[in-house]
Design a binder for this molecule. Structure first.
Ligand code: FAD
Ligand code: UDP
Length: 367
């Protein structure tokens, strides 16, 4: 008999498992359908010995010292600040759009003040921003919207920015200075020995058992447990009784090249050209030295593993129906990007798992 069954061995599942095992001294079983731990942050050495992320590039960034310190129990870090270029009009220019982007793209030599005036001259005014198209148009106007956001978003989501919540494109800031970092969080790091090593550290506790290649449905009646934490898609738990929640998927095409370096930055986005959205060269992220290099082309797709909840009103309404059902259950909790249908970064799912533990689980009667 397990005290807690945890469905999903990603960030959400492994962190909540560790907290319960260590601080409540309860017996925990983590299961995952996949043949590895780490969820979408799983990394491994490919056949050439190059460290790659199986499900696309993962860069850890947070402003929270608490989250950074928490994970530091399980890994040492390399500092790493992501820089991304976008291939637009035959040129590779910085994204987020900054002063250099404007100058290089339009062949100008504007100052910070002048680029601010440029943005003002092209910005569209709205009384209220209601979607991702308006977010971008209100910041950089139509030409830059078309060059950087319209087609990338269509490729990634099969939706135009006007069909998505404002929060999606609002992830990408606009700058007047020359700061070319993708993120500006206080802590921007990569686990020194990879994400998978960090997860191994997290679950290395005598109260934690792990079963891989195990689906919740196949064991729910045979393995006894008292409480359940579910980090898979919430609609799957309820057997899709209100209909399927849409998730966007991806597929990845890996290539190892016989050169030391392939591209200028870890990630290059292709908003308007090709079928893939972006190309990642992993050695930039990991700092690994190797005479070959592995890159991955990212294609988005309707079918496959659920990678992205799709932030749209009708989807949030459907999620709310499942959430209402979830709230009626005793001894079952839903967390994580799939369990709460939120477009969350890694630090946000860590925070969510720690909050569940600190505000609810510690207060429950003993079992
Ligand atoms: P997941 O990692 O999805 O884990 C859920 C697990 O549950 C999965 O392993 C799944 O197999 C398992 N599961 C589901 N259903 C069942 C079932 N019925 N039975 C058993 N097991 C089940 N975040 C950042 O902060 N920085 C980044 O650079 C970044 N890059 C990203 C790039 C891509 C391409 C993607 C897709 C995401 C990226 N993220 C990034 C987000 C990050 O991956 C997530 O925030 C994080 O991994 C979510 O963790 P989780 O545990 O909630 O979910
Ligand atoms: N986006 C875009 N062009 C870009 C980068 C991002 O249109 O060059 C939009 C797109 O809709 C994307 C969203 O902004 O899905 C969020 O981008 P982010 O890089 O945060 O996506 P993720 O890394 O989560 O896939």
């Amino acid at each position: 008999m397990y005290d807690y069954l945890i469905v999903g061995a990603g960030f959400s599942g492994c962190i909540i498992a560790r907290e319960i095992a260590e601080k409540l001294n309860k017996r925990v079983l983590i299961i995952d359908t996949r043949n590895h731990i780490g969820g979408n942050a799983f990394d491994y050495y490919d056949e050439n010995g190059i460290l790659v992320h199986k499900y696309g590039p993962h860069i850890f960034h947070t402003n929270s010292k608490k989250i950074y310190d928490y994970l530091s129990q399980f890994t040492k870090w390399n500092n790493y600040q992501l820089r991304v270029l976008a291939y637009v009009d035959g040129k590779k220019v910085p994204i987020p759009i900054n002063l250099d982007t404007i100058n290089e793209l339009y062949g100008l030599n504007l100052s910070e003040k002048e680029v601010e005036d440029y943005y003002k001259s092209v910005q569209l005014q709205y009384t209220q921003i209601t979607n991702s198209e308006e977010v971008v148009l209100s910041k950089v106007g139509y030409d830059l919207y078309k060059k950087f956001f319209k087609n990338y978003t269509k490729k990634q989501w099969d939706l135009y920015p006007s069909e998505l919540h404002a929060s999606v494109c609002a992830r990408i800031p606009t700058r007047t200075n020359r700061d070319s970092r993708y993120f500006t969080d206080k802590y921007q790091v990569m686990p020194k020995h990879g994400y998978t090593r960090m997860f191994e550290g997290m679950i290395d506790h005598p109260n934690i058992n792990v079963m891989l290649q195990t689906n919740y449905n196949s064991i729910k009646k045979t393995i006894p447990f008292k409480r359940l934490i579910y980090t898979g898609p919430i609609d799957s738990f309820f057997n899709y009784k209100f209909g399927k929640l849409p998730y966007r998927s991806l597929y990845f095409k890996f290539e190892t090249l016989d050169v030391e370096t392939h591209q200028e930055t870890a990630i290059i986005n292709y908003p308007n050209d090709y079928d893939f959205t972006r190309v990642t060269e992993y050695k930039h992220l990991t700092g690994q030295k190797h005479n070959k290099t592995t890159i991955v082309y990212e294609y988005s797709s309707k079918d496959g593993d659920p990678f992205y909840p799709i932030p749209k009103d009708e989807n949030i309404s459907l999620y709310q129906k499942y959430k209402t059902e979830a709230d009626k259950l005793n001894n079952v909790w839903f967390i994580g990007r799939l369990g709460t249908y939120r477009y969350y970064n890694m630090d946000q799912v860590v925070a969510q798992a720690l909050t569940l533990f600190e505000t609810e689980l510690v207060k429950l009667p003993d079992i």
